[in-house]
Design a binder for this molecule. Structure first.
Ligand code: NBG
Length: 813
């Protein structure tokens, strides 16, 4: 695993300039004199892409027969912007900046031209992107497989405090990073029926054909010597995009049917699936990218002249959640129906090749497909799943549990519904069909074993393992926080970029007042920068000396943005009550998107925005309290917020956040965490030490006990006057006088339902927040803790996660 540093760029200054200008002239038809910032962005991206493509050839030539190629199958890849990161990886950042400057162009303006590739929703998709980066850095041959969505998640704006969603048109005129490979187009089937062929074999006759066209994006290691590939599929329906006969008869819409159908399948990420059409589409998307990827893998395997029997030796499939779980029956189908293998051999290969990551315990997020729906779209796959279940229940399961119906019903892939339909539990299918199953943090993996799959853990000892998530230090430290990166380089050398445990060398520096000052100074500059962005985006002026208290993540009740909000309201009241007390000034920063169909989450956004408006305009506070909700949270916005955060809010109900990765990014950049003992917070607390983190709230066991005894949020409301006053102010229209009922739904839910027990943790949270405020007023103490956070979080590098996967899951290197 040789890791080259970026000090010796792959391209020298002169060649770089020549190549760049060539792209400007030949591809964009412009000159350095006339080029706009957008032209420069495109030309730079094309130049770097070329370097990567050359190295990709080299890397794949170097791939030996002994290597096990990792195929990471994921519905989501949240890549963000690529240019800045690529310049840094290839050691060309300074070169590019100087060159642009000589043309009177600022590199930051050029980088700002890039639209994020927001082909993901949250942590799961960003994890996939960090893992692609680390796979390249560990020189592990790998391909990421996903969908080339025409539109990203959605673009978020706030209108009168409400979230408004718009399509994210991220690549309307193409993306310079993507290379189309039409010659590697694959064809897959959908719908249709089963038929008996002459030999008496059951054959699937698809009713519809679909083409998958691959678009490739190169993923370079740091230094750029090793390059992997992300391959995203775009769907096409039919051989011709339009029906010319119909077109000529003036039936324009009908003539474009294929175009529309194709565009729909790879159109948007997470289409609303509350309608039957939405459900069909989602399953088709899952099957589409999985089937295309498997065909691609088998084609390459054959091209290398290798026998089908050795497929699993050469390829490991990682199923990122159950979204690509249809890979299990699809692989069985390919091996049996197309390659002529018998069941047992195909099953042995499938079980050897597949690995499944579980990212959630929330029952509503564990995928189930109705058997009738799946059977209509994929009739052969339903048969195979039934057979897998039959063999499993009558074999291993029977041996282990005899006729214990309760257990048999629980481990079965099928859940029988009262209306006669059956639901296919994709998680059970994934566990049965995989060689390893991993959770994403120690606590979560323990719960996967103990609560979600205890029977499978008994049946398959050693199959269920843990791989704690990680984040790439290239993007989440070196690139997003150049000030801190320089400080680290000066003090501990530059190797931390590819060996994050080097950060431990900072530990003694936590005792040096000079170093603490320098560290604080970097943060201050980052906060000034964020303050300018806040001013621009939210029209709110914030004081960079205030404590920046940050909660950035998907909006979900279990993540408890509402708990944060209750605390903000209580602080507001406290400041109004005691205007002369010495309050620690705070700026609360939110970034979050709510799923379009998630009503309560959207109401929480509205509440935060309305309260922000009142607080930000209340002169009595003397600017000591500000609340801002930055719109359109995405990777590139996270890159600006994280280096400026003092406090990291990780306040989920214990047992519900599988891992979290924002917690790692913020901690690594020196923010202190206020958090529950949930997900990776537990391991972060272990790493930084109890004195350097603010832990509060009920533990997993306490939450379970409370749930069991019957949770009554009203009791907390009634008995805690501070809490009561905060909730009452939501109820009685204090924050929106002309529509006093506007925030009632949020208040009522908290008082009477509060599914994630925010009220039960409120007091403990408030106390922890008081400790935060007091600590922040002692700068030496605060910065010492901050430095120790950076120093001790090296283990949360995704390089370590990937090394763990290689060892515990893929058995690859
Ligand atoms: C999310 C969890 C996070 C975790 C990421 C990555 C899903 C289904 N799960 O806690 O909520 O960090 O996965 O593992 O998106």
């Amino acid at each position: 695993m040789s890791q080259k540093k970026s000090e010796t760029p792959l391209m020298d200054h002169n060649t770089f300039t020549v190549e760049l200008e060539k792209h400007l002239r030949r591809e964009l038809g412009t000159t350095p004199k006339r080029a706009t910032a957008h032209d420069w962005w495109q030309a730079l991206s094309l130049t770097l892409r070329d370097i990567n493509l050359d190295q990709l050839q080299q890397s794949s030539l170097d791939e030996s027969q002994q290597d096990r190629h990792v195929c990471y199958l994921s519905m989501e890849f949240l890549m963000g912007r690529l240019l800045g990161d690529a310049l840094m990886n290839l050691g060309l950042y300074e070169t590019a900046a100087t060159l642009l400057q000589s043309h009177g162009v600022r590199i930051s303006d050029v980088l700002d031209q890039e639209r994020d590739m927001s082909l993901g929703n949250g942590g799961l998709g960003r994890l996939a992107a960090c893992f692609m980066d680390s796979l390249a850095n560990q020189n592990i041959p790998a391909t990421g497989y996903g969908i080339n969505y025409r539109y990203g998640l959605f673009r978020q704006a706030f209108v009168d405090g409400y979230q408004k969603e718009m399509p994210d048109v991220w690549r309307e005129f193409g993306s310079p990073w993507e290379t189309c490979r039409p010659s590697e187009t694959v064809e897959i089937g959908l719908f249709g029926h089963m038929e008996m062929d002459r030999d008496g074999n059951n054959r699937w006759v698809p009713g519809k054909k679909l083409f998958g066209v691959p678009w490739d994006i190169t993923i370079p290691s740091f230094g750029g010597q090793y390059v992997n590939r992300l391959r995203l599929w775009e769907s096409l329906v039919g051989a011709y995009p339009i029906d010319l006969d119909k077109y000529n008869q003036g039936e324009y819409l009908e003539a474009c049917r294929n175009l529309v159908d194709g565009d729909t399948i790879s159109g948007v990420l997470y289409p609303e699936d509350s309608t039957p059409q939405g459900k069909d589409l989602r399953l088709i998307q899952q099957y589409f990218f999985t089937a295309c990827s498997l065909k691609d893998i088998i084609r390459q395997h054959k091209q290398r002249g290798l026998p089908m029997g050795s497929l699993a030796k050469h390829y490991a499939l990682q199923l990122n959640d159950t979204h690509p779980a249809i890979a299990i029956p699809e692989l069985m189908r390919l091996l049996m129906d197309e390659e002529g293998m018998v069941w047992n051999q195909a099953w042995a290969i499938t079980q050897e090749m597949c690995h499944y990551t579980n990212h959630t315990l929330l029952p509503e997020a564990l995928e189930k497909w109705s058997a009738s729906l799946l059977g209509r779209i994929l009739p052969r796959h339903l048969q195979i799943i039934e057979m897998i279940n039959y063999v499993f229940l009558n074999g291993e399961a029977k041996e282990q549990w005899g006729d214990n119906l309760e257990i048999i019903q629980k481990v079965s892939i099928f859940e029988e519904l009262d209306n006669g339909d059956r639901m296919i539990r994709m998680a059970n299918l994934s566990v049965i069909g995989s060689r390893r199953v991993n959770g994403v943090a120690a606590l979560h993996s323990g719960l996967v074993k103990a609560n979600l799959f205890p029977e499978f853990d008994t049946l398959y000892p050693g199959k269920l393992v843990n791989v704690t998530n990680g984040v790439t230090p290239r993007r989440w430290l070196a690139h997003c926080n150049p000030g801190l990166a320089r400080l680290l380089d000066r003090n501990i050398g530059t190797d931390w970029r590819t060996d994050l445990d080097q950060l431990e060398k900072l530990t003694p520096l936590a005792e040096s007042p000079d170093f603490l000052d320098a560290f604080a100074n970097v943060r201050f500059k980052n906060k000034e920068r964020l303050a300018r962005l806040i001013e621009k985006e939210c029209k709110v002026t914030v004081n960079p000396n205030a404590l920046f208290d940050v909660q950035i993540k998907r909006l979900h009740e279990y993540k408890r943005q509402q708990l944060n909000l209750l605390h903000i309201i209580s602080l507001y009241h406290e400041m109004l009550d005691n205007p002369d007390a010495d309050h620690t000034p705070r700026v609360f920063v939110f970034g979050a998107k709510a799923a379009p169909g998630y009503v309560l989450a959207k109401q929480i956004i509205l509440a935060i925005n309305k309260i922000a408006q009142v607080i930000n305009n209340d002169r009595r506070l003397d600017d000591r309290l500000k609340v801002v909700f930055l719109p359109d949270y995405r990777v590139s916005l996270a890159e600006q917020i994280i280096p400026a955060a003092d406090l990291s809010e990780q306040i989920s109900t214990a047992g519900f956040e599988a891992s979290g990765t924002g917690n790692m990014k913020l901690g690594l950049n020196g923010a202190l965490t206020i958090g529950t003992l949930d997900g990776a917070n537990v391991e972060i607390a272990e790493a930084v030490g109890d004195d350097n983190i603010f832990i509060f709230g009920k533990t997993v066991d306490e939450i379970a006990a409370l749930q069991q005894q019957g949770y009554n949020p009203y009791h907390y409301y009634e008995s805690n006057p501070v809490l009561k006053r905060a909730i009452d102010s939501l109820m009685n229209g204090s924050f929106c006088q002309h529509k006093p009922d506007l925030l009632k739904p949020v208040a009522e839910d908290l008082m009477h339902r509060d599914q994630f027990m925010a009220l039960a943790d409120f007091e403990s949270y408030r106390e922890a927040q008081q400790e935060v405020s007091e600590t922040f007023r002692k700068p030496r103490l605060w910065w010492r803790k901050a430095v120790l956070n950076t120093a001790r979080l090296g283990r949360f590098s995704s390089d370590r996660s990937i090394a763990d996967y290689a060892e515990k899951v893929w058995n690859s290197k």
